[in-house]
Ligand binder design. Structure first.
Ligand code: SF4
Ligand code: SF4
Length: 924
């Protein structure tokens, strides 16, 4: 049966009750509060502490109502609605009580309303007016003295507790929604006030800067520093990670002046993390590219890093720059053949940009040498997922997590890299009774929530998962019916894992055998489990094996194709799923249709009106070697920064110094653009229309909010014009036309058109215009028929520690920054919060090496060395050091190993052997 049929769900009859509100009958769900029933009836009721996302609090006492057969006035928000209840919301007694309460609240509030940033949007003032308390009465009531100091320590927001009305929305949001627990109500009675843990200034506290508290504050007690009142708001998608949070950009005078999480956003329901909330300074940054640039003759490649742009490049018109690019590309094609040119597309760009780029490479340049950074993060997911299930994408949805009883997180620092998903997991464990297993060499935030923690040695994932499966099979906890009905290859797996006894696995992984047994039992005995993973699984020479192991464990326990279960690879960048879907890969056209399948190729040749190459192209990790061998002469890079993101950077830089033609299209002069011959200014996400596809396969609309700076243009438009200068223009007028062409050629996107995406987007597969999209995959069968077990044996990482290199370096991201920092480091709030990188080292290693906190040390591998300050922490275990790769001043990828997974060609970023020594003082 087709796996592209819409999901079938069991309908449950809703249990309802009937009550009378102000004389009118209202039907609501059983379990609703009186306030929810009143709101459902469309009746306004003033409240300052109620929030539908938070537990009832009953703090402000403004929502009091009269209820027949109940004495006195009751708080509607804390009183359960019952069948037959008769409620009155606007009696003289109610109104008098509300007015007295409100006057008391105002009397405890200090502030000059006219000077308050919240003046236009203050809930306190709105309710005061509703209750007939005029502004002069407000002014007379409120305190004239400011008793508490204003906390201005945070770069993004100010906290003025003199304006706080103690509704505790901020405290509850921090605890219940994002589960960061950074603030609480301190002291009692008249002294009660909001405080951080330890009563520190916010910037020095454990606050994660997510701004959830700021977004929910009804007064001017918590206000953003940078926001202005917008003239209009435009709904779009966050440009950072693959969670795909929906948000509103506030715009005034062609400038983004505010950001608000979209309460209807299917991924985030209004929440945003620090990057999505505050990370927009890059849009109007003075370093934005505004004109095409051409390298000044005689200035050598590589010169100019951190130099002045105008000493390296001269400005050009679009016509001149694109004529030159077209001429040079045509010369290379004619002189050396199409396979001597390669291109990198971009997971930061829209689906439409990526579709047009891969079409340009295939139809105009005539090669399949197109790849992008998915190669460096989830290529092994695509290969392993297709081998096991027939598709390499996340099988389930965030909404499924609400039904998941057990989360197994392996190789994902979810709260830092996918923060909004991290909060969903924390909420499910804290309030929903879900259990959590965390397998990670480092001590990550989610470890604190885990029922079982498996801190395995870096690169031993296959051994660990084989050990879990050994116990599950030995104890008869495998799902026999699922294995029989829906899988193949079980016997080979069973035989292989026989040798992975907990004792043997403990010896390899370092995880105590008792914990391996405990985790296996928990996983085997739980009905609905899913596995979330990220680059801790994929970025290994055994990345594909690791993904197949994850798939094995899910198939073994029947945790696929049902609500609450599934395979959840968390994609790194905002549109890495979409860039893969669009065929920005060397072996597949859009929708994973193989370039070496003649029928598929003929379909694209007919649609695009040209002959296409019949063999797969080179991956990004193969391109550097091909340049150095002289097999690639020209490279076109759109929106990527391989000079910081590739492993073994010096090797990649040598290749870029040698390549005959380098064209870079970006929004800034990135580290890669500094080396280019021609630089083309692209539009940022806020300046163009299109779509992003998030990690749960949801295609969502990106909308233009502001005009691009200077002459910058959307990437698809630049490439279409360039195609015209080489052969003929693609002729698209709008991004919507491009999506229509994608839909016509890509079965999984067949029903996706812009006019269907306004309400939360659509999840592929969506094969036709009447299809509602697919929440979870494989309900009726796998895309490859049966799910396939792969018997994978443990293979050690490519590089192991030695006397000269006694430490394991593992790399990753941190909460405040993203990828190579091109955008996040130009967002002033983010760069103020985290201005520079560090190497994290365990106290025992630091003591041996005589490092003290903040020492600048030299970390070296066989490939190179970097100088970086040290941070001593127990997060990394003894023998393991951690660096993030966002920093050009301390580029971790100088050190990383470029050994590749043989199938997915993904490098082993997660395990490199290094040493660390104190930097020698310079002689005076
Ligand atoms: S910004 Fe986020 S973490 Fe910090 S106090 Fe507010 S809700 Fe809590
Ligand atoms: S979780 Fe990801 S998508 Fe959501 S706001 Fe943060 S960076 Fe943006």
């Amino acid at each position: 049966m087709s796996t592209d049929a819409p999901n079938k769900m069991k309908e449950t009859k809703m249990d309802t009750i009937k009550l009378t509100i102000n004389g009118r009958e209202t039907i609501v769900k059983k379990g609703a509060t009186v306030l929810e029933a009143v709101l459902e009836a469309g009746v306004y009721i003033p409240t300052l502490c109620y929030d539908s996302d938070l537990k009832p609090y009953g703090g402000c006492r403004l929502c009091v109502v009269e209820i027949e057969r109940m004495r006195g006035l009751v708080s509607a928000c804390t009183t359960p609605a019952t069948d037959g209840m008769v409620v009155r919301t606007e009696t003289p007694k109610v109104n008098q009580s509300r007015r007295i309460t409100m006057e008391l609240i105002i009397a405890n509030h200090h502030g000059d309303c006219l000077a308050c940033a919240k003046n236009q949007d203050c809930e306190l003032l709105k309710i005061a007016r509703y209750l007939g308390i005029e502004q002069d009465r407000v002014d007379r009531l409120r305190k004239s003295t400011q008793e508490l100091p204003v906390d201005d320590s945070h770069p993004a927001f100010v906290r003025d507790l003199n304006k706080c009305i103690l509704c505790a929305k901020c405290v509850r949001a921090c605890h219940e929604v994002v589960c960061h627990d950074a603030i609480d109500i301190a002291f009692r009675g008249n002294s009660a006030r909001i405080a951080t843990f330890g009563d520190k200034p916010i910037a020095e506290s454990v606050c994660k800067s997510c701004g959830e508290c700021v977004a929910r504050c009804p007064t001017g007690a918590l206000v953003p520093k940078w926001e202005k009142l917008p003239a209009t708001e435009v709904k779009t998608i966050c440009p950072y990670c693959g969670v795909g949070c929906s948000l509103y950009l506030g715009v005034r005078d062609n400038e983004v002046v505010s950001v608000r999480g979209d309460p209807e956003g299917p991924a985030n329901k209004g929440s945003l993390c620090v990057k999505g909330r505050w990370g927009y300074g890059f849009i109007n940054h003075p370093e934005r590219l505004t004109m095409p640039l051409i390298r000044i003759p005689g200035v050598p490649r590589g010169a100019g890093q951190d130099g002045k742009v105008h000493e390296i490049f001269r400005e050009a018109t679009w016509d001149e720059a694109l004529e030159l690019a077209a001429k040079k590309l045509l010369e290379l094609k004619q002189n050396y053949g199409p396979d001597n040119i390669a291109a990198l597309s971009s997971a930061k760009c829209t689906n439409e940009d990526n579709y047009v780029m891969q079409k340009f490479v295939r139809a105009v340049l005539g090669t399949n040498n197109i790849d992008h950074c998915a190669r460096l993060c989830h290529a092994s997911t695509v290969v392993g997922g297709i081998a096991a299930f027939g598709r390499g994408a996340m099988s389930n949805s965030y909404s499924d997590f609400e039904k998941t009883e057990l989360f197994f997180i392996i190789g994902s620092n979810t709260t830092e890299c996918h923060p909004v998903i991290g909060s969903i997991i924390k909420r499910r464990v804290r309030f929903g009774g879900a259990k959590l297993i965390v397998a990670d060499p480092r001590s990550i935030e989610l470890s604190e929530y885990a029922a079982v923690r498996l801190p395995h040695n870096p690169g031993t994932d296959v051994a660990l998962i084989n050990g879990l499966m050994h116990v599950i099979i030995r104890e008869g906890l495998e799902n026999k019916e699922f294995i029989r009905e829906r899988t193949e290859g079980f016997e080979e797996l069973r035989q292989l894992v026989e040798k992975y006894t907990p004792e043997a696995v403990e010896a390899v992984t370092g995880v105590p055998r008792a914990d391996i047994r405990a985790a296996a039992r928990l996983f085997g005995e739980t009905k609905s489990a899913c596995i979330l993973y990220s680059m801790g699984i994929t970025q290994h020479t055994t990345g594909t094996d690791n993904v197949k192991s994850v798939a094995n464990l899910l198939l073994l326990t029947g945790n696929m194709g049902r609500e609450g279960t599934g395979f959840s690879p968390l994609r790194g960048q905002n549109n890495v799923q979409g860039a893969c879907d669009m065929g920005a890969l060397p072996n597949v056209y859009p929708g994973y249709q193989r370039v070496d399948d003649p029928t598929v190729r003929m379909k694209f040749e007919t649609a695009w009106g040209c002959k296409l190459s019949d063999h797969p192209g080179l991956t990004v990790t193969e391109i550097a070697d091909a340049i150095l061998k002289g097999d690639i002469k020209g490279l076109y890079v759109m929106g990527e920064n391989p000079v910081l993101s590739e492993p073994n950077l010096e090797h990649f830089k040598q290749a870029l110094e040698k390549v005959e033609l380098l064209i870079v299209q970006d929004i800034f002069v990135s580290e890669t653009a500094w080396m280019a011959d021609i630089v083309l200014p692209g539009a940022a996400f806020a300046e163009k229309d299109g779509t992003f596809t998030n990690t749960e396969r949801r295609v969502q609309r990106v909308r233009q909010a502001v005009l691009p700076p200077g002459e910058a243009k959307p990437d698809w438009e630049i490439i279409s014009v360039l195609a015209g200068k080489m052969v003929k223009p693609f002729g698209y007028q709008t991004a919507s036309q491009i999506m229509d062409e994608i839909a016509s050629l890509t079965p999984i996107y067949g029903g996706i058109h812009f006019d269907r995406l306004d309400r939360g987007g659509l999840q592929w597969p969506c094969p036709d215009s009447s299809h509602p999209g697919t929440r979870f995959l494989y309900q009726d069968g796998f895309a490859r028929g049966r799910g396939k077990f792969h018997a994978v044996d443990y293979i050690a990482p490519a590089e192991s520690i030695s006397k000269g290199y006694p430490l394991v370096l593992t790399t990753g991201r941190i909460l405040e920054h993203w990828h190579t920092g091109t955008m996040s480091r130009r967002a002033n709030v983010l760069s103020e919060l985290r201005p520079s990188g560090v190497v994290e080292i365990h106290p025992s290693d630091a003591a041996k090496l005589k490092f003290v906190e903040g020492d600048v040390v030299v970390v070296a591998s066989k490939r190179g060395r970097v100088e970086v300050p040290v941070h001593i922490t127990e997060k990394s275990p003894p023998g393991v050091v951690f660096m993030s790769f966002h920093w050009r001043e301390a580029p971790a990828n100088i050190l990383t190993n470029d050994a590749l997974d043989p199938l997915a060609k993904i490098p082993e970023y997660k395990v490199s052997a290094v040493n660390a020594v104190r930097r020698r003082k310079k002689p005076r």
